[in-house]
Design a protein around this ligand. Structure first.
Ligand code: AMP
Length: 216
């Protein structure tokens, strides 16, 4: 089963995708993670996109479509793909349809995670991850059980994303409304869209996503 998790920054796409990976053996394809990895390893592309990402603007369609193409051609597709943070423009959505077709796959459903802007600011400015295993935490909503120690791997180094600040967030939200939200209409017209309440608890959102997958 191939699905898209669609929603603004901070909607919880990454959190839910990680659980689907653990429980359903699906492969998470997050263009944001791929771009951050390119920056960390210092590739030319990574250097090129750094400023754009820190400002909260969108990287070119060409770059992100190239990243997804590479993954679709090489990753093990047996458990299905979760597209997280991709597509973000209509051109990317068209390209995804074509790429899936070219590898003999198709899109099963698009789960729109609805959240409001005020909740997003609090969610994003409080979030951080374990520097070792990537487990996500939040200053208020999800603290490690033992302060300063990752619940999952015992790591003690934590990091915050450079673009998780109020200025970049405003740009990221505007990019979402201007370039990405038209995808809601696009997938509705393609009869692929299911919308859920992304403001509910992590477990409740997880159940809604499971129901959406059953329904696909
Ligand atoms: P994310 O981790 O999904 O919030 O993405 C972080 C940043 O990476 C975004 O603010 C963009 O600068 C860039 N990015 C990630 N995915 C895409 C995409 N599909 N199209 C354009 N830019 C992207």
């Amino acid at each position: 089963m191939n699905i898209i998790l669609l929603g603004p920054p901070g909607a919880g796409k990454g959190t839910q995708a990680a659980m689907l990976v653990d429980e359903r053996n699906m492969v998470q394809l997050s263009t944001g993670d791929m771009l951050r990895a390119a920056r960390t390893s210092g590739t030319e592309m990574g250097k090129m996109v750094a400023g754009v990402m820190d400002r909260g603007e969108l990287v070119t369609d060409e770059i992100v479509i190239g990243l997804i193409r590479e993954q679709l051609e090489t990753a093990d597709a047996s458990g299905g793909f979760i597209f997280d943070g991709f597509p973000r423009t209509l051109a990317q959505a068209d390209a995804l349809g074509e790429l899936l077709q070219s590898v003999g796959q198709s899109l099963d459903t698009v789960v729109e995670m609805r959240v409001d802007d005020t909740a997003l600011v609090a969610r994003i400015t409080g979030r951080y991850t374990c520097g070792n295993c990537g487990e996500g935490y939040h200053d208020e909503a999800k603290k490690p059980k033992v302060e300063g120690t990752c619940d999952k791997c015992g790591g003690t180094e934590f990091k915050r994303r450079a673009d998780d600040n109020e200025d970049s967030l405003k740009t990221r939200l505007m990019a979402y409304y201007k370039d990405t939200s038209p995808l809601i209409g696009y997938y509705y017209a393609n009869k692929k869209l299911q919308s859920i309440d992304g403001l509910a608890s992590i477990d409740a959102v997880k159940s809604s996503i499971s129901a959406a997958l059953e329904n696909a």
